[in-house]
Design a protein around this ligand. Structure first.
Ligand code: PEP
Length: 285
């Protein structure tokens, strides 16, 4: 993949839903429709911890990836109720959400703890999806860009260029999550473009490179939109310049909805393939 070509990602965050049996049924429905399809985006299923084992078993022969909703940054220790990166890699988890707004609102996640999780994930070969987004009062006070760029800088400011190859960001305005009140696609695109500029500025400060490889280019960073995405509105998002897919909550629990979202993302994958010469060398992702 070229240093400016971006991966298209559709991730389904199941939050605190689905027993093991229900999770298995949902994965089987998604898998039987998606496997064998052409131009698929990277599909990531993010069940609750209790369903990871069952979902991993279903996905063993599939291109669909497995993600976790959160992760502690210690390898092990006296941290009752927490799950470590070692426990996730043991279950072949490839992605982890970091800084989801529900973790920030209800479980004490802050701009101090997100970088710890990001670094621990990368150390263990797990790809973090950093979630950022403003609250409604912050938007109304004109603070959206300041809040979001601060969240991005805090979480990613100490990474080196090589580490950025394994990171994605989801812009999720908090007021749009689970409310049905999705952010207008043009505005979501504007904020995602601002996030890309923020990452470019972080990279410009780095003096290191990836050793023998090319340094990471911010144009390569997958940036997803999240917040009341459904089969009926996804097409608008994946048409936008800076939106490379979606982090989907409620609609990822219904196979028809999630499959409709995947189908719309296939259009973006097709467009990207047309725009890129087929002999472009592949890099890290
Ligand atoms: C989410 O949980 O990240 C999310 C975007 O939820 P929903 O799609 O339900 O708004």
């Amino acid at each position: 993949m070229k240093n400016t070509q971006r991966q298209v990602i559709i991730a389904g965050n199941w939050k605190m839903h689905k027993t093991t049996r229900q999770a298995t049924a949902l994965v089987e429905e998604i898998q039987s429709a998606a496997d064998g399809e052409k131009n698929l985006p990277e599909i990531v299923l993010i069940p609750p911890f209790t369903a990871l084992v069952a979902v991993e078993k279903c996905l063993r022969k599939s291109a669909i990836k497995l993600g976790a909703q959160n992760m502690d940054w210690h390898d092990e220790g006296a941290f009752t109720g927490e799950i470590s990166p070692l426990m996730l890699t043991d279950l072949n988890v490839q992605y982890v959400l970091v800084g989801h707004s529900e973790r920030r609102q209800y479980f004490g996640e802050t701009n101090t703890t997100t970088p710890l999780r990001i670094k621990a994930a990368l150390t263990h070969g797990i790809k973090p999806i950093l979630c950022v987004g403003e609250m409604i009062d912050e938007r109304e006070a004109g603070l959206t860009d300041a809040v979001v760029s601060r969240q991005v800088g805090a979480a990613l400011g100490e990474l080196n260029s090589e580490q950025f190859f394994h990171v994605s960001i989801a812009y999720e305005p908090v007021w749009a999550i689970g409310t049905g009140n999705h952010c207008a696609a043009a505005e979501a695109n504007r904020v995602c473009g601002m996030i890309r500029k923020t990452v470019a500025a972080l990279l410009a400060r780095l003096e290191d490179s990836t050793g023998n490889g090319e340094p990471f280019n911010a144009n390569r960073l997958p940036i997803l939109y999240g917040g009341s995405v459904k089969g009926s509105n996804i097409a608008e998002y994946v048409k936008q310049e800076h939106i490379d897919g979606a982090l989907v909550g409620g609609a990822s629990l219904i196979s028809e909805e999630f499959l409709a979202i995947i189908q719309a993302a296939q259009e973006r994958v097709k467009r990207a393939a047309k725009a890129t010469p087929s002999n472009t060398p592949t890099a890290h992702r």
